[in-house]
Design a protein around this ligand. Structure first.
Ligand SMILES: [Fe+2]
Length: 303
């Protein structure tokens, strides 16, 4: 059996494959429905006491200048809005997924993912008008796509740790106790090394997991093509946004905890989004603010 087939079989059968808590999926469906309200959203979140406590703690933190203290989830929905609250619930929930991994720095991984999520969402402000994706529902998609774009890395490190270490080494991993290029030859970009060594990339694995979770096709496509966004079809814009957000965060030193050099940048996706050179400082500025916000959110959510 090829390693690719073995991995694909594991994705369908192995019990360690992460699942998002049911509360997140129900919340997602409720927000997408036309006749939802604050009470319905609050009821779903309140069914999970740990999540509720964290959401209230974050809602009352310096991240949100809400004025008087928020004491229940219903107030949080009203003050923060359904979309922002859903983003919070996602961010808090993913931090519970697979904390024990052999080759990934878990905190760095999620700080990167949360930063990419916020930066992708912020980027809609720069490119929404030109690309026609500025609607509020898309801001949620950009956040979740950014948050989950590298999920496949966690999954591969979980299900085939030894082979994945070799793929990381082939991608030039340097975490102090491994040698870059250990698997032989010049180091390759991470997706290329995974493809060559495992027959599948973390981007494809992430897309498969999201499809298994019943996520919308836009998210599946954005995650699958985040390193090769021009190959995306219907949801190329979302894939390009995640690609640029990922690049900017890596460029600001917010890396994904794999200790491999960051992936390259596709100029063509800059053009696809209709961005101009003058917008670069604003995007970097947003990414810096988002990185700070992500660090605070990480501390609050994992405390
Ligand atoms: Fe990636």
């Amino acid at each position: 059996m090829s390693l690719r087939t073995e991995i694909l079989t594991s994705l369908e059968t192995v019990i360690q494959i992460p699942t998002l808590p049911e509360v997140v999926m129900r919340l997602q469906h409720e927000i997408e429905s036309d006749d939802t309200d604050a009470a319905a959203i609050a009821r779903i979140i309140s069914e999970d006491p740990t999540l509720t406590l964290k959401v209230l703690k974050i809602a009352n933190s310096v991240l949100y200048h809400v004025g008087s203290e928020i004491v229940d989830v219903r107030q949080a929905v009203t003050r923060l809005g359904m979309s922002e609250l859903r983003n919070l619930v996602y961010a808090v929930s993913v931090l519970r997924l697979m904390p024990d991994l052999p080759h990934i720095d878990y905190k760095r991984f999620w700080r990167h993912s949360i930063s990419v999520a916020y930066t992708a969402k912020s980027m809609l402000r720069c490119c929404g008008a030109e690309s026609g994706v500025g609607e509020s529902s898309v801001s949620g998609l950009a956040f979740v796509a950014g948050l989950l774009h590298d999920l496949g890395i966690l999954v591969l490190d979980q299900i085939i740790p030894e082979q994945y270490a070799l793929a990381l080494n082939m991608a030039g991993r340097n975490d102090g106790d491994s040698n870059a290029g250990e698997a032989g030859g010049e180091s390759l970009p991470l997706c290329a090394a995974e493809q060559k060594f495992l027959g599948i990339s973390h981007a494809e694995v992430g897309g498969i997991i999201l499809r298994q979770w019943g996520m919308p096709n836009s998210l599946v496509e954005a995650v699958t093509f985040h390193n090769d966004p021009l190959s995306a079809d219907e949801h190329r814009t979302l894939a390009c946004i995640v690609h640029i957000a990922n690049f900017v965060c890596n460029n600001r030193g917010i890396d994904n905890g794999t200790s491999v050099p960051p992936e390259g940048f596709s100029d063509a996706c800059w053009d696809w989004l209709g961005l101009s050179v003058e917008e670069i400082p604003a995007i970097i500025d947003m990414a810096d603010q988002d990185a700070e916000k992500s660090q605070t959110l990480m501390l609050l959510a994992s405390a």
